[in-house]
Design a protein around this ligand. Structure first.
Ligand SMILES: [Zn+2]
Length: 623
């Protein structure tokens, strides 16, 4: 019955397809006859036969078929898949139904299918994803199988381990005895699972691990290059075991699950000492846990490798060589501020200079520098630590962050009394640092005389060097950007996606900067307390280049993409930027018809980035 139906659908699609191809003159009768015969023999649709035997370009064949089905075609060979959407369907179902979830926007989930005309399959996909409206699109069967293999292959190791765990405890009703042993023994499967998650995270260059219980399943995510990726979720019933094991190794109270807790542990992976900061938090679905990972041996990156534009290096150097004054790095959380601080500190280091830092946490060890860890519980705050270290008469002080008025006042006082002070605040741009300090009740004239300079920064993802390809900036985008006052590079690049970059086209990150040095003219304006916009205009007249300009320069050098720069650094002319289309991720399509669909794909990829960032922020605030 099913077979009969399938054959009927196949021949209907083939008939329609044959008619269209002949009408368009894309194929001759003889080739078609051969292909139809092959299709009947193999059960493959005509488009598949034609594409596999190179009788017709893949895109031409499948786009024609997609039109018959009334759905879009997605070429999975060049598709940058979204791991968090991928995890919405498990491997078994993906293989059985020949389906792969591509991305979700709001409650609409777009899925790639080998046969979107099969209503039974669509119904089963819909039933498996009750929270989504499913939007089908067509993909080549061969590509679909390859993608499924690639995406789910990393799961095998976990599966094996999980099978072992499954033998030892009953899902839903874990025996107390096995829970005890699971937690205490470092050889138990749960311990090994936790170890494995951590070592995978370290090897994947993750900065943190998020363990979040959801309604139906447990979510485990790695943050890599600032973006959270789902990893194969362990079964939900293991959630309390995993969290408890993490609490045990982090020296937390295992019996307390209704209050947030903080802890830490050290682990050696591949000979590297990894420090962690662990926090747990009760949620309505159970406890979530976040493990931040720090490789304490990571050397501070030399200033010239940080991505500071070459023409700004002498300026940065002269700021660091000053005997006193305050240098503030600014940007949102996760903008790489501490990396810049470490780079500057390492450069400021010399045998005759006494350097002390106050940090929360100490992320990297620097030789010949005294580093103090803030401990709020024990009463050691930024302010109290700063008060006491000033008695040790250091030359250079690094304060991890200026969060309150007291710390701000002490920092300014230190800067005015012969110390070079490095710190960070949270503002959008470099001139905003001035306003922020004034808002913390620092007299404007004290800001003018203590602040030496401010550096604002954002992190953008680096294009993967293995799959980097040039593309021409579309005329429309070029016009709009030029109209917005941006100097555009001649060429731009993007990452096609390969195994080195997990098909994302990106690998690693680099900062884009804006460096403001306090000139006498700027100082005069600070004293009379003018708005940030006026300060910014003066700083620009004094030669400050914006993060957008630095970003576009890095686009021109093929370091990052236009999309990344527009996403992170487009502060000025926000309204103009919002109406801009992102650059194409794929090669420009040939026909008018495909051009339209390519544009809508671009729109979706922008929305997706946006959505992903929202999710990331949401998680960052939640945990
Ligand atoms: Zn790549």
């Amino acid at each position: 019955m099913n077979n009969e139906l399938a054959n009927q659908r196949l021949s209907q699609a083939n008939e329609e397809m044959a008619k269209r191809l002949l009408a368009k003159g894309l194929i001759n009768e003889e080739t078609l006859k051969k292909a139809v015969a092959l299709s009947k023999a193999t059960g493959e649709v005509l488009a598949e036969v034609l594409a596999n035997l190179d009788m017709l370009p893949k895109r031409t064949a499948y786009e024609e078929l997609a039109r018959i089905y009334g759905v879009p075609f997605v070429d999975l060979e060049t598709y940058t898949f979204n791991p968090s959407a991928a995890s919405l369907i498990d491997e078994k179902l993906a293989r059985e139904l020949e389906v792969f979830p591509l991305f979700s926007i709001g409650d609409t989930l777009t899925v790639a299918l080998a046969d979107p005309s099969n209503i039974t399959i669509i119904d089963r996909v819909t039933a498996a994803l009750p929270n989504f409206t499913v939007e089908p699109c067509l993909a080549a069967r061969k590509d679909l199988h390859e993608l499924i293999n690639r995406v789910y292959s990393g799961h095998a190791e976990f599966k094996e381990l999980l099978d072992q765990i499954g033998d030892e405890s009953v899902p839903g009703m874990p025996a107390v005895k096995s829970q005890e042993s699971a937690l205490q023994s470092s050889k138990s499967p749960v311990s090994r699972l936790v170890d494995m998650i951590i070592s995978h995270a370290v090897r994947d260059r993750a900065s943190d691990i998020h363990i979040n219980p959801g309604e139906g399943q447990l979510k485990v995510r790695f943050r890599i290059d600032g973006v959270l990726y789902d990893i194969p979720p362990p079964p939900k019933y293991l959630h309390p075991f995993i969290v408890s094991r993490i609490k045990v190794i982090s020296n937390m109270d295992i019996a307390e699950s209704r209050l947030p807790q903080d802890g830490h542990f050290q682990i050696t992976i591949d000979g590297r000492n990894i420090e962690t900061r662990v926090s747990t938090m009760p949620t309505t679905n159970g406890e979530s846990a976040v493990i931040r990972l720090f490789d304490t041996r990571t050397m501070a990156i030399p200033l010239e490798n940080m991505g500071i534009p070459e023409h700004l290096l002498p300026q940065a150097e002269s700021l660091i060589r000053r005997p006193h004054g305050m240098i503030v790095v600014t940007g949102p959380t996760g903008a790489g501020k501490s990396t810049t601080l470490y780079a500057m500190l390492s450069r400021a280091k010399s045998p005759e200079r006494n350097i002390i830092t106050i940090e929360d946490p100490v992320e990297r060890r620097i030789e010949m520098v005294s580093q103090i860890q803030v401990n709020e519980k024990a009463g050691l705050t930024f302010a109290s630590a700063l008060r006491s270290i000033l008695r040790h008469d250091p030359d250079v002080i690094m304060i991890g962050e200026i969060r309150d008025q007291e710390t701000a006042q002490l920092a300014v006082r230190a800067a005015l009394t012969g110390h070079l002070v490095f710190s960070t605040v949270h503002t959008n741009d470099a001139p905003g640092v001035i306003t922020r300090l004034v808002n913390m009740n620092i007299e404007p004239f004290l800001v003018a005389s203590s602040l030496a300079g401010a550096i604002a920064q954002r992190l953008v993802r680096r294009i993967c060097e293995e799959c980097k390809e040039p593309f021409a900036i579309p005329d429309g985008l070029r016009q709009r950007l030029t109209a917005a006052g941006a100097a555009l590079p001649e060429h731009a690049w993007y990452g096609k996606g390969c195994k080195h970059c997990r098909e994302t086209g990106y690998r690693g990150r680099i900062a884009v900067f804006e460096m403001m040095v306090i000139t006498p003219e700027l100082a005069d304006l600070i004293v009379v307390n003018v708005p940030t916009a006026t300060l910014r205009a003066q700083a620009r007249r004094d030669g400050m280049t914006s993060m957008l300009e630095d970003g576009l320069e890095k686009v021109g050098r093929g370091i990052t993409t236009m999309e990344e720069v527009l996403r992170t650094a487009a502060l000025e002319n926000v309204a103009d930027m919002a109406t801009m289309a992102p650059p194409p991720e794929k090669a420009p399509a040939a026909s008018e018809e495909t051009k339209i669909s390519a544009e809508s794909v671009e729109k979706i990829s922008l929305d997706l980035e946006d959505y992903r960032e929202k999710m990331t922020n949401w998680l960052a605030h939640k945990t």
